[in-house]
Design a protein around this ligand. Structure first.
Ligand code: GLU
Length: 298
């Protein structure tokens, strides 16, 4: 996999949007935070396009992202990593985990998972445990399949995802799992992780031979990223990333979690909720300067 990126000695930051829509204000905050912190810490600033989802990501959105970032006045290094061109790197990481019995194929449909969760709740009379995003933890049906049965079904072409066996993964990762948070004032503090709260996460999807969690970890290492600046909405998921880094023998970067922008109803801005895009705001006459000022970067 060539996991030794050139070491410039400088901190390396990255902004990593997914081109499944145009950028909105939340992305602008994230990109500007990365830009400001990279400048402050004398670091390099990379752009990565997280386009593993070939059905939802579109080339015109990539062009739109470039246009929006240029308008915002953020200068990235010219070499842009497109995840869709690196599926082989993610396959290599999956093969590594598979050889150590840390992932397993799961053939469950969403409906089957829902039914298993409902049945579990009916038996125990208590709500099924949920992950930090509110989704029920995978009940584990396919974790207990006989390996030869699972292999036969995979060989027969049955649709499946690959899940991390979280309990085994945590055991294999060993003790003292954690990471360090850095703040703009230069202070740092250590965080211990609790990845078990995510259960057996999906590392390769049915339609995509990887996942956000796996690709982000592999790429941060391949690109030599030392400082990850991301929204607080990804703080809990960082626990999964730290486990994967340890299992794959990759360095754990420093992390900083920036605030989130909320809409009038107090919900996180998101493409799915039709937040106004930067392109729309620009067309409506907003200047990059007033946007930067509005977000606190001037
Ligand atoms: N691609 C992710 C997103 O757009 C962010 C990547 C990260 O910071 O890990 O939400």
């Amino acid at each position: 996999m060539g996991l030794t990126p050139p070491d410039s000695g400088k901190p390396v930051f990255r902004f990593a949007p997914s081109p499944n829509g145009r950028l909105h204000l939340g992305h602008a905050l994230s990109a500007l935070s990365n830009g400001a912190l990279a400048r402050q810490f004398g670091g390099r600033l990379l752009l990565r396009i997280e386009d593993i989802d070939l059905t939802r990501c579109r080339p015109e959105f990539v062009d739109g992202i470039m246009e929006d970032l240029a308008w915002l006045g953020i200068a990235f290094e010219s070499e842009v990593r497109r995840q869709s061109r690196h599926f082989a790197d993610y396959a290599g990481a999956l093969a590594n985990l598979r050889a150590r019995g840390l992932i397993y194929p799961c053939f469950c449909s969403r409906q089957e998972i829902r039914a298993a969760v409902a049945a579990g709740e009916a038996v125990t009379g208590t709500p099924w445990p949920r992950d930090p995003d509110g989704a029920p933890l995978y009940p584990g049906n396919c974790r207990v399949l006989a390996p030869e049965d699972a292999e036969r079904r995979v060989a027969a072409g049955e649709a499946h995802v690959l899940r991390l066996d979280m309990a085994r993964a945590i055991a294999a990762a060993g003790p003292a799992l954690g990471y360090t948070v850095f703040e703009p004032d230069g202070s740092r503090h250590a965080v211990t992780v609790a990845p078990e709260r995510w259960g057996d996460v999906v590392l390769a999807r049915k339609d995509v031979p990887t996942s956000y969690h796996l690709s982000v970890v592999v790429d941060d290492a391949l690109q030599g990223v030392t400082h990850v600046v991301r929204g607080r909405d990804l703080e809990a998921a960082t626990d999964i990333h730290v486990v994967l880094q340890r299992l794959l023998d990759l360095p754990t970067p420093l992390y900083h979690f920036h605030r989130l922008l909320l809409d009038e109803e107090g919900r996180k801005l998101a493409k799915s909720r039709q937040s106004r895009t930067l392109a729309e705001l620009r067309a409506g006459g907003l200047s990059a300067e007033s946007l930067r000022r509005q977000l606190g970067f001037i």
